[in-house]
Every structure is written in C-alpha cells, then in structure tokens.
Design a protein around this ligand. Structure first.
Ligand code: SF4
Ligand code: SF4
Length: 479
C-alpha cells in the first residue's frame, strides 16, 4: 500500500501498445543480417542431410530421444558423455557474461529468439497494415469496417503461418524431417508431434505477436541478472544529455543557440520496439537494439549536427565527455581485465571440450562385478565370479567384440554366457548387456586367495581397437 494515500500501488501497468516506426541505418542492417542468419539456421538445419547408416535418419543435426543421443554432423554425444552438453552450456553462460560486460544487453537486442521473432512479426505487421501512423490509425479506429477486418485477418493468418513453421521446425530436429513433414500433412504423425507443434505455435504467436516487449519486461529474468555483469566501463546505449539538453524545436525557439542538439522530434522513441524514451536514462525496458541510434543519427544528418547524440557510451567516460574531451576508444572498454578473464575461461572450456572430443575412446564399456553372491562354487570345486558388461556400439552396423583376460595367474579363464566363443555381438546403435564369468579351477592360487587383480581387454573385431577395464576376482580366502 502507498504510504500516503489509500490507493493501492499498481504492480502492473496497463500495456500501452507499441507501434515502432520503420528505420534505416547500420544497426537496423546489422539486425536484419542477424535475423536472416539465425532464422535461416533454425529453419534449415533439420534439412541438412548426413549419412548415418541404415538405422538412423540421414540428418546432420538430430536429437535421438529413443537412444538418448545427440548427433551434430560428425560429432555424436551419448548419454554418458553428457559433460559435453554441460561444457557447451558453461561456454554459453561465459559467452553471455563476456558480451554483457563488454557491450551490455547485446544478446537481448540482437540474438535473443524473443527479439528476433518479435522483429519478424513487426515486419509482417508493417507490410500488411503499413508503417507506424497507419497502424496507429487502425488501432484507434473503433469501428471494425471491411478494410480493418481484411487487414487484421491477413495479419493474423500470416502470423499463424510463421508460428506453425516455427513449431514445425522444432519437431524436425527429433526425427527424419522429410518423413515427419509427410506424416504431419497426412495425419499419420505421432500425437506427440502434433502436440509439440501446437504448443510451440501458440507460444510463438502469443510471445512474438501479442506480448512482445512485455515478455522482456515482465517475464524474462535475464535483464535483472545482467545488471550485475555490467560496470561503469561497459559500453551501452545512452543519450548524451549534456549535448542534447535543453531540448526543443529549433525553428520555434526564439534563439536556437539556447537549445541543445535534441530537436525533440521523438524519432528515437517512435522507432523503439520497447516503447522506451532513452532520453530519460538507462531503463530496464531498453534491450540495446541500437535502433534509436539510427533514428537520431538520421535526424542529426538532416539538421546538420554531428552524429552520436544517442550512441554507445560508457559511464566512466561521462565526466570526460561533459568536459568536452573525446571518449576513450571503444577497444579500451572491450579489452579489460574482466572481459579478458571471461575470454580466457571461455577458451579454456572450449579447448578442453575439443581435446576431450578427439581423445575419447571409440569403444565405451562398463564392467560391474556381481557380488550377490560374491562367488559361486561349481560341482567340480571351480570358483566362479560373475561380471556384467555394458558395451556401446556407436556405429550404424552390428559389431562383434572379443573379451580377453590378463592376470598374473594363468589358471584363470573366461567364459561368456550364452556362447562358447570369446566374443559377442552388439547390435548397431545400441548398448549391449552381456554376462561374463571368470573361473578359477579348484586348488589354484586365485581360487583360494582373497582377491586377485584382473584386467579385461575388450576388442572391436571390426577395427582392432581395444580398451581395458580393471576389476577383482574374489576367491574363498582359504590361503
Ligand atoms: S531505447 Fe533504443 S536501444 Fe533501447 S530498446 Fe529502444 S530503440 Fe532499442
Ligand atoms: S531522435 Fe535525437 S533529436 Fe530526435 S528526439 Fe530523439 S534524441 Fe532528440
């Protein structure tokens, strides 16, 4: 409750719809470029083909949920290699720290999916309904006449198609894209596919088309976290009020010399997709997209003033600038101890992941001794220990693996359950389970010892690659 009055404080302000005006300039071009690249990657990646053998879709990027594997071109991540995913997430986090401490909310302004799709929805809206003034007129027009109905229906249909394409593209990452597309259109796809497409269509439409800047302001925690990563040396978008104020329409002013450079044209506010007036200072709503810079630079060109009334600036340069000095070079803000430390950590994790990728063995095996019971005495007095092997065949064809034993005592021998041979087959793209016995004849040293160290060698017979696993053979302990 308010301290002074009886009116309860409003925690949520009613939304003022934002109708950003079209703008041209270097930041707008950068945003177009990033939008084309990011959307292109998202929509087209599932359609890149890659030979994965007879048991898997020939898809370059594939999340194989059934076998809990992830394929990325020539890289294959199995469940036991989840540390790669953890490493990539750590790199993504460090990358965000790095860019935020150097350039503020560049992630929000240029590459966040919410920003990219909202930008796309606004672009479509502008194509259909016109630029800011036309959209404002349409919004204020209470009567739903034929023209407004036609424009609204066209816009919602276009938005829905984008949303369906977005939801559809997501499910293509999980199975063979051409097959799933056919199944989706013929009504034969799995219900989970239709549900996923429907949920993602709905969220894309609501977040990108209707909620837009409200997602950033009210739902996303990132703007709150980012403040902790920024410092006075961080370059972020700001208004040089010492240059712009007092603002005013120059032509109307009694003496233009009394005014600052800002002609109060509102161009910076009208192009802002967040509805922010950057002249009021740094605000939570500003995603640092740079569009107000483009708008203001254009105005400065027209009125014959120096560009940069709105621009990237650092708090630590403010005093210098107020005194009329030039700000320090942008590079001195970007290359600082903090950003270098983030870069070092990011590179260290990246190099570690690349090394781990190249040195990881092709054969992945686990050996678990069965200790319930610890050993079994056979009818002829032989002591038998049991081991459960888990062997991953990461290849697209069935593979045969041979298991042999090395130990100091030659009396120990190996037997594989269900086969008289020393090898067994693991089907393609699966983890094979196999029970293996180690036997010590009656009266031998291992049979009577407490424990004997053993080493299992597992060899892929198709290419001769070998790995070993150490374990222990437990005897009666009679010695
Ligand atoms: S104030 Fe400028 S930089 Fe911030 S969101 Fe608006 S247009 Fe983008
Ligand atoms: S665009 Fe520039 S000149 Fe126009 S109102 Fe904004 S800051 Fe002032």
């Amino acid at each position: 409750m308010s301290d002074t009055g009886s009116q309860p404080e409003q925690l949520y302000a009613a939304r003022e719809p934002v109708f950003p005006r079209k703008v041209r300039g270097r930041f707008r071009n950068l945003k177009w470029g990033i939008m084309i690249v990011t959307l292109g990657i998202y929509y087209l990646t599932p359609w890149i083909r890659w030979d994965r053998g007879p048991n898997l879709p020939d898809q370059a990027v594939l999340v194989d949920m059934a076998n809990r594997r992830f394929f990325f071109f020539w890289i294959e991540i199995w469940p036991h290699e989840f540390y790669f995913v953890a490493g990539l997430l750590i790199m993504a986090g460090l990358g965000l720290f790095l860019f935020t401490s150097a350039l503020g909310r560049v992630w929000c302004g240029y590459t966040c999916p919410q920003t990219v799709w909202t930008d796309l929805f606004i672009l479509v809206e502008r194509w259909i309904e016109g630029d800011r003034n036309a959209r404002l007129r349409l919004h204020r027009q209470k009567k739903m006449d034929a023209k407004k109905l036609r424009l609204r229906v066209t816009k919602y249909v276009a938005w829905t198609l984008i949303a369906v394409a977005t939801g559809g593209a997501w499910v293509f990452y999980f199975t063979d894209a051409p097959t799933l597309l056919r199944e989706l259109f013929t009504g034969t796809a799995h219900p989970a596919s239709y549900t996923s497409v429907a949920v993602l269509t709905f969220t894309t439409l609501v977040f990108g088309g209707f909620m837009r800047e409200q997602v950033c302001i009210y739902m996303c925690p990132w703007p709150r976290i980012q403040a902790a990563m920024m410092d006075p040396d961080t370059l972020t978008i700001g208004y040089r009020e010492w240059r712009g104020e007092p603002r005013g329409k120059h032509r109307k002013a009694a003496s233009a010399g009394e005014l600052g450079d800002c002609i109060d044209c509102m161009a910076c506010v009208n192009v802002c997709p967040m509805g922010v007036d950057i002249r009021d200072g740094q605000q939570l709503g500003c995603i640092t997209c740079g569009l107000c810079i483009d708008a203001c630079d254009d105005i400065m060109d027209k009125v014959g003033k120096e560009r940069g009334l709105i621009g990237y600036l650092a708090l630590s340069d403010e005093v210098r600038e107020r005194d009329g000095a030039k700000p320090r070079s942008a590079w001195t803000h970007v290359f600082r101890v903090r950003t270098m430390l983030y870069t070092f950590l990011w590179s260290a994790v990246g190099i570690g992941l690349v090394v781990a990728l190249f040195v990881r063995p092709d054969i992945s095996a686990t050996v678990h001794p069965v200790r319930q019971p610890i050993f079994v005495t056979l009818s002829d007095g032989t002591i038998r220990n049991t081991y459960d092997f888990g062997l991953r065949n990461k290849h697209g064809e069935d593979r045969r693996f041979r298991v042999t034993l090395t130990t100091d005592d030659p009396s120990l021998r190996i037997a594989i359950e269900g086969t008289p041979y020393e090898s067994f087959m693991v089907p393609a793209d699966t983890t094979g389970k196999q029970r293996v016995y180690v036997l010590a004849p009656k009266g031998t040293e291992p049979a009577m010892a407490d424990r004997t160290d053993v080493r299992f060698w597992i060899e892929d017979l198709s290419n001769g690659e070998r790995v070993y696993k150490d374990s222990t053979f437990v005897g009666t302990g009679a010695n």
